[in-house]
Design a binder for this molecule. Structure first.
Ligand code: SF4
Ligand code: SF4
Length: 253
């Protein structure tokens, strides 16, 4: 949650910023964070580190039920040193830089996402987050929001996060709070525990029920991003009865 006092509008969609190792504030921003991880963040980080989903979740995250929606969401666990540093920060910077979470990429911008489902409207609103210790704003490099998104490799993160938002955005809190424990476990498995979801696909009767040829069976077997796309579609089918997957003829729900 961003401190509202740090939020500033962008003038004409532009801002000045540069982050460098030479700055005295280098890596100060990588400690004591309340850093929510999206499902795609978890996918990228666990593959970067070379752990299974469950081993990554166990070692690096905490899970708590979000009060607004009653859904289990995960956060990156800070270390227990006196500064509560991020587990991936080193004196030379971020050791998972190419696979750092979306929240680290978008900084020093914040995003207020307004995504209304069923194709009516999708809006994105960016603002600056001016933390007092961050000297990056004093550097003479100017960006537009679009330039920053491209420079930070945010396009793929935003596209995958939109699939996640399609599961929860636009639904009333009561709709989601009505999900029973079994469905909440399904949500956690499909969003975060991808290796378990893969076993669910290939080691149960899933393929007898669902025709996933449109998703590409071999792609799903080999590629975590394709598997996550299927997981998002399956959640919408299983939790909310949407027609996001095809049943084999003769299969009952
Ligand atoms: S300039 Fe800002 S983002 Fe970069 S290291 Fe310093 S505090 Fe962090
Ligand atoms: S993941 Fe990298 S960029 Fe993000 S807080 Fe940790 S060290 Fe900093």
């Amino acid at each position: 949650m961003i401190d509202p006092s740090l939020i500033q509008p962008l003038e004409q969609g532009r801002f000045r910023f540069a982050c460098r190792k030479a700055l005295p504030c280098f890596t100060m921003c990588c400690a004591n964070l309340d850093l929510a991880l999206s499902p795609y963040d978890v996918l990228r980080l666990k593959n970067r580190i070379g752990l299974s989903s469950d081993a990554f979740l166990e070692k690096y995250t905490t899970v708590a039920v979000n009060q607004a929606y009653g859904l289990p969401l995960v956060r990156l666990k800070m270390t227990e040193d006196e500064k509560k540093r991020c587990p991936f920060v080193t004196p030379d910077g971020c050791e998972v830089y190419e696979d750092r979470p979306g929240a680290c990429r978008i900084y020093p911008l914040g995003l207020a996402a307004s995504k209304i489902r069923q194709g009516y409207k999708a809006g994105e609103y960016y603002f600056a987050v001016r933390e007092p210790h961050c000297l990056g704003f004093k550097q003479d490099v100017e960006w537009t929001v679009q330039e920053w998104i491209k420079n930070q490799g945010l396009g793929e993160y935003n596209a995958m996060n939109d699939l996640f938002m399609d599961i929860i955005a636009g639904r009333s809190a009561n709709t989601i709070k009505a999900l029973d424990d079994q469905k909440l476990r399904m949500f956690y498995m499909a969003c975060y525990s991808l290796d378990e979801f893969r076993r669910f696909i290939f080691e149960t009767t899933f393929l007898d029920k669902f025709d996933i040829r449109p998703h590409g069976l071999s792609a799903i077997r080999a590629n975590d991003t394709e598997l996550m796309k299927l997981a998002c579609g399956w959640l919408r089918f299983a939790l909310f009865g949407e027609k996001t997957l095809h049943l084999h003829s003769g299969s009952l729900r």
